[in-house]
Design a protein around this ligand. Structure first.
Ligand code: UD1
Ligand code: UDP
Length: 360
């Protein structure tokens, strides 16, 4: 059996890994490397447990610090693993610092790189993940795009050869797990004191964790002011990056309709998506899940990340300004059920086929 080394490190990568690893392990020996980028129980272990992801063969224990410190330490440690394991291919997902470190380590050792979620572009290096996307795509020999727009960005950069449209493994996961929800997953909702959080009958689902929105008080507070003004409370599982800022701003602002809670597992999160009135987020994953579920979404961000979700106003960009968020939330939306730009829910199988072509 040929050997594939997969490198993951962050929450959205565990979700993609869950569906891809399941099919990959039928035909390849997978060596799983967790960089350690996300490490809290409810940012990491919870996904491995609830999605039956095999235990990583290596956990490199690298997290925090500056982008350079994190990426540099990961690069050194991934290189050691690759030298020892000598895999036939390195498999990567998305655009985190774990992705970049894996790509750089492998290309220098002449190990072919396969990049899933290739071709996403925001068009600005002001976004810290953009450099990760560009570098990873340019050193990969197999680029697998989720959508037609991803393929188009790859073509514009001269990367047509070796690039294939496979659909979105996040859509595979959403379809697979949505069928298995029974409401019990919501019991996971806890406030920061660990007390169960009663889900209101009507609510908005909010997540906000991007560096661009959460590294100062002003933007996050504007988002809170918008959520506070809505006709139902907002349920907000907070990423550890901005937990303390969020707690302080809610306390100082006296906001009563923003229900802060600990990060939740995947099934609880998609259950919230399915039950929410609307979604307000800056997450790349959550804006797609809103689209999959047919829920209107407002993405608080300056750049379009997933153009396909913006059709017919299903997902709208808003500035981190109260009035803009409220205006975009009240704008009309039309979901066309025949428009399925993220594939057929079997992208994992398509990913496997493309890898098999490369590693016969
Ligand atoms: C990273 C990705 C981002 C992705 C997000 C998914 C990069 C550059 N960014 O951002 O693209 O959207 O993951 O969630 O890779 N922390 C904890 N506990 C944890 C995880 C993080 O306390 O379990 C802390 C870290 O110590 C750090 C901060 O949160 O201080 C930010 O974490 P980091 O991994 O640097 O970036 P994310 O914001 O998670
Ligand atoms: N998610 C989760 N628990 C939470 C918040 C989000 O499981 O408390 C899920 C969400 O449903 C989506 C994924 O995490 O599947 C998105 O990850 P994140 O927003 O951290 O990263 P991004 O997609 O922006 O890179």
């Amino acid at each position: 059996m040929k050997k594939i080394c997969t490198v993951v490190g962050a929450r959205p990568q565990f979700i993609k890994l869950a569906v891809v690893s399941r099919v990959l392990r039928g035909e390849f020996r997978e060596v799983l490397v967790h960089t350690g980028q996300h490490y809290d129980h409810n940012m990491s272990d919870v996904f491995f447990e609830e999605m039956n992801i095999p235990k990583p063969d290596y956990n490199l224990g690298v997290s925090g610090g500056t982008h350079g410190q994190m990426t540099g330490q990961m690069l050194m440690k991934i290189e050691e693993v690759l030298l020892k394991e000598q895999p036939d291919m390195l498999l990567l997902f998305g655009d985190t610092n774990s992705t970049l470190a894996g790509a750089l380590a492998a290309v220098k050792l002449h190990i072919p790189v396969c990049h899933v979620e290739a071709g996403n572009r925001l068009g600005t290096l002001a976004n810290p993940e953009e450099a990760n996307r560009i570098v990873t795509d340019h050193v990969s020999s197999l680029r697998l795009a989720c959508t037609a727009s991803g393929m188009e960005f790859l073509r514009r950069e001269g990367l047509e050869s070796g690039s294939f449209l496979v659909g979105d493994p996040m859509y595979d996961a959403f379809r697979y797990y949505s069928e298995r929800l029974d409401g019990s997953e919501l019991s996971e909702l806890r406030d920061f004191a660990g007390e169960p959080l009663a889900l209101p009958e009507r609510f908005y689902y909010m997540t906000c964790h991007r560096q661009e929105n959460t590294d100062t008080d002003e933007k996050l507070d504007q988002i809170f002011q918008a959520m506070e003004a809505l006709d139902a409370p907002a349920v907000y599982p907070v990423h550890p990056r901005n937990r303390h800022r969020a707690e302080r701003l809610v306390r100082e602002g006296g906001y009563r309709h923003i229900l802060l809670c600990r990060p939740v597992g995947y099934q609880c999160s998609i259950s919230l998506v399915n039950r929410a009135e609307k979604i307000v987020t800056d997450s790349g994953g959550l804006q797609r899940e809103a689209f999959f579920a047919g829920k209107p979404c407002v993405t608080v961000f300056d750049y379009i990340v997933w153009p396909e979700t913006m059709e017919n106003g299903c997902n709208r960009l808003a500035k981190p300004v109260k009035t803009d968020i409220l205006e975009k939330l009240s704008a009309p939306v039309f979901f066309d059920p025949s428009y399925r730009p993220f594939g057929d829910g079997h992208s994992a199988e398509k990913i496997l086929e493309r890898i098999k072509e490369r590693l016969p």
